[in-house]
Ligand binder design. Sequence first.
Ligand SMILES: *Cc1c(COP(=O)(O)O)cnc(C)c1O
Length: 349
Amino acid sequence: MNMMVADMGSNESALGPSPNALAAMFDAARGLSRYPPLYDAEFRETLARTISHDLGPEHFVIGNGACDVLSMIARAYLTADTECIICRPTFPVYEQTARLQGASVNYVDLDPETFCYDIDSVIGSVTERTRLIYVGSPNNPTGTMVSEPELRRLAEALPMHTLLVIDLAYGEFAGESYNANVHTLACEFDNIVVTQTFSKAFGLAGLRVGWGVAPKWMIPHLYAARGMGTVNAAAQAGALAALADLDTVSTRVNTIVDERARVAHTLSSIGFEVVPSSANFLLVAPPDSRGDSADRLTNHLFDNAGIVVNQTREAGLERFIRFSLSNPENNSLLLNSMQTFLENPQHND
Ligand SMILES: *Cc1c(COP(=O)(O)O)cnc(C)c1O
């Protein structure tokens, strides 16, 4: 049998980039003797017009992926005599960018049973030196999120020297109004910065385009920390075309959200532990998992079905694997292979 490999390990879109984005990039290639516009005027205006929920272009910054925006935030606000708060387990880039600035990191653990955020502990961990608090919502790799009222409660409790970084990389998968509500928060508070990306819902991870939404006063600091032209002209053209085609994005998001419900339901019904997810991936553990069962499940999925998943090895997540929801065919392949894992005694003793 000629087995295809389905890579479900990196939370990318299995549905591919929008055809309009591809066409726009080919077109833009003809103009590549020119620099992209300084300070991304057209791009920021388009973001403001299409997805801003009432914010003007002066509230936006773009970067070479959301990770570039996270780097700008760390470079602009963290130094060796400051601290940040990271709720773990989470996306490693928060810590990497903070450590590069020499900042100290205070950890607040997610609830070890539900993997939900403990907002009271976050508030209790703020000190005079706390400059940034990172909240991935929905969080990677747990898929759990912080509700808008809880984010508001956190923002209200913070002193002005502490900025709240809300990473909305998976916001599109968290329900229709969630992104809009978080943008409203960013509008109301002077110390909230939101990061977003074209890598997940938009299916353009390889293009490396992300953006930040922040109070006006913060944007010049972020541009100063960025460096020139980190989002190249072809990438800007592709991402702009994707923004002109939001219907495609939302159709694809709906497909993934439906598949998430189907796969989560089926896996729970055959005994897997499934963490409720608001993102485009699921974190699951085999029944009665112990020792090396996550290892064995990871290997089984690859050997049996050619499926690549992410084996989460962070403290507290050793029994889990994380996989991105794919198209219905790949998801069904994964479900069948999960079932054969349970049935194969070799994997169960
Ligand atoms: C994928 C991801 C991002 C996006 O990173 P890009 O640099 O835009 O590709 C940001 N935050 C989290 C938590 C992610 O999982």
